[in-house]
Ligand binder design. Structure first.
Ligand SMILES: *[C@@H]1O[C@H](CO)[C@@H](O)[C@H](O)[C@H]1NC(C)=O
Ligand SMILES: *[C@@H]1O[C@H](CO)[C@@H](O)[C@H](O)[C@H]1NC(C)=O
Ligand SMILES: *[C@@H]1O[C@H](CO)[C@@H](O)[C@H](O)[C@H]1NC(C)=O
Length: 267
């Protein structure tokens, strides 16, 4: 089954063009810190190894099944590989902010259920959970140099990571974290930066096996179509509901943006 349709050549070219048109955002000064923080090498990829990154890894592990944990780890590593190859992005992106955003991006489908709301789409649940995680880390001394701006970047990254038509135009860390996540679905075929190699892909998937990523994510999204369908209307999740969830399509009627617009008051 095809999970995401971004493999169509036309769409791919458009996405690639948007990514190449990316960030003209000024350096934040975080890159200087980025070059001085402790690092570790995971599956051949150099990534930061700070208290908040360790805590984010542990938090992701505690709130993910094996499939999801390996997916967020690979998303982080693919993003780091891609960013490290581009001097502009390397200078613009704080690796700790990238790590926290990538590791926590799927908290909205937390397998313990604790972080899942009844009324918000999963990307927003994830963004809020990550925000709260960072607040706790600031209070207990795990987060060093975290301000509102970095927290907001993590929030935006997680909230927008499924919306390439917006994330591609956001700050470099928002855009490239999402590019790393996208590249996990189809490897180099869905890498919008077109720089990930199959060797790198194989090395990372060897260390963090894919399990059943495609069918599992499909099942999770169908679950939202059943348990909180209103959070999926008019989003990329809607086709899962249309195709696989009983009565979804008829129940969506009257709750869509098209209904709002076509029912607009006359002049
Ligand atoms: C590096 O990234 C910048 C910003 O996204 C982009 O404009 C540029 O084309 C990239 N360079 C290469 C060689 O891919
Ligand atoms: C501090 O907060 C982080 C983030 O919530 C958490 O992972 C970590 O366990 C906490 N550490 C202590 C000592 O409370
Ligand atoms: C779907 O709608 C039909 C007709 O209204 C109803 O009989 C059926 O129970 C519904 N199924 C679910 C899962 O809600």
């Amino acid at each position: 089954m095809q999970l995401l349709k971004y493999s169509s050549v036309a769409t791919f070219v458009v996405l690639l063009a948007t990514v190449n048109a990316l960030p003209h955002v000024a350096k934040t000064g975080l890159s200087a810190r980025g070059s001085n923080i402790p690092t570790q090498v995971i599956a051949g990829v150099t990534v930061p190894d700070t208290p908040i990154v360790k805590a984010a890894q542990a938090y992701a592990r505690a709130h993910s099944d094996d499939m999801t944990f390996n997916h967020v780890m690979r998303s982080w590593l693919f993003g780091a590989i891609i960013i490290n190859k581009n001097a502009t992005q390397r200078a613009a992106i704080d690796p700790e902010t990238h790590a926290v955003a990538a590791l926590l991006h799927d908290l909205g489908w937390d397998n313990t259920g604790e972080l899942i709301s009844e009324d918000k789409r999963f990307e927003v649940d994830g963004a809020i959970a990550a925000w709260n995680f960072i607040d706790t880390a600031i209070l207990n001394g795990t987060a060093h140099g975290w301000d509102e701006n970095r927290k907001q970047l993590v929030w935006d990254t997680i909230a927008l990571h499924t919306t390439p038509t917006i994330f591609a135009y956001k700050q470099p860390v928002v855009a490239m974290t999402a590019v790393g996540i996208f590249s996990d679905f189809q490897g180099p075929n869905s890498d919008m930066s077109h720089t990930l190699t199959w060797d790198e892909y194989t090395r990372v998937t060897g260390a963090f096996p894919r399990h059943d990523l495609g069918p599992s994510v499909s099942k999770i999204i169908c679950g939202f179509g059943r348990t909180k369908p209103a959070t999926t209307y008019d989003t990329w999740m809607m086709p899962f509901g249309d195709r696989y969830v009983e009565n979804y399509t008829q129940e969506a009627k009257g709750h869509l943006a098209i209904d709002l617009v076509q029912g607009a008051l006359p002049n």
